[in-house]
Design a protein around this ligand. Sequence first.
Ligand SMILES: CC(C)(COP(=O)(O)OP(=O)(O)OC[C@H]1O[C@@H](n2cnc3c(N)ncnc32)[C@H](O)[C@@H]1OP(=O)(O)O)[C@@H](O)C(=O)NCCC(=O)NCCS
Length: 212
Amino acid sequence: MVGPAVMTVPLRSARLLLRAYDADDAAFVRDLYSREAVQRFLGDGTARTTTLEAAREKIAGWQAAWGADQVLGVWAVCEPDGSPLGTVLLKSIPDSGADTAHDVEVGWHLHPDAWGRGLATEAARTVLDHAFAAGLDRVVAVTHPDNTASQAVCRRLGMTHRGRTRAYYDTECELFELMAPDSFTASSRGAVRDDAVGGRAAGAAPRGDGES
Ligand SMILES: CC(C)(COP(=O)(O)OP(=O)(O)OC[C@H]1O[C@@H](n2cnc3c(N)ncnc32)[C@H](O)[C@@H]1OP(=O)(O)O)[C@@H](O)C(=O)NCCC(=O)NCCS
């Protein structure tokens, strides 16, 4: 365990366990984020996590930023036995040109060995259900304009394409959004929204390395 107690809630789907990363996942995180195929559309495409120390720092950074949040978080996407396959995140998205964040984004990074099985879409759908059950009204996703694989995930999730934007991360992205479905009525939502989500989403967001 790195840093303070991690509250990232474990989530399950038909084929996946989503759980908090911990320091024992450093070798996987290094493997995942050292790859050109994974990093090419993240941030400026040049970041590479090549050492175990850097991987541990990345995990500790996620935990410091999101580990105490009851709704938002960074999850290891895992086989049911806990073996990691990638990352799914639900977090505040930094506004361009300001140290603020008003929206919440969902994002996904899978190891290439796990591509082509619908697992990113399954993991993201699980996190979105969790978000809407907790009271979020709207979640966005942004992709590099050339990241057609990620745009396909957005479409599989039923997200609406809103075109190009420079609203986030000081860069041009394709913007997708999903509104809470009607089935998530106010009465069925969790009571944590005001404490855990509203305050976080409206505050400053760690900028990370443009990692959505
Ligand atoms: C973006 C990324 C997660 C997409 O992964 P993916 O495996 O293509 O996405 P999905 O999980 O939705 O899987 C869909 C694929 O699985 C196939 N599939 C197989 N079984 C499936 C099932 N049960 N359900 C759905 N799709 C299934 C689909 O046909 C599709 O394959 P296709 O693209 O050849 O048609 C992956 O390319 C990645 O991690 N890239 C690097 C990081 C990155 O760029 N992240 C996004 C930043 S914005």
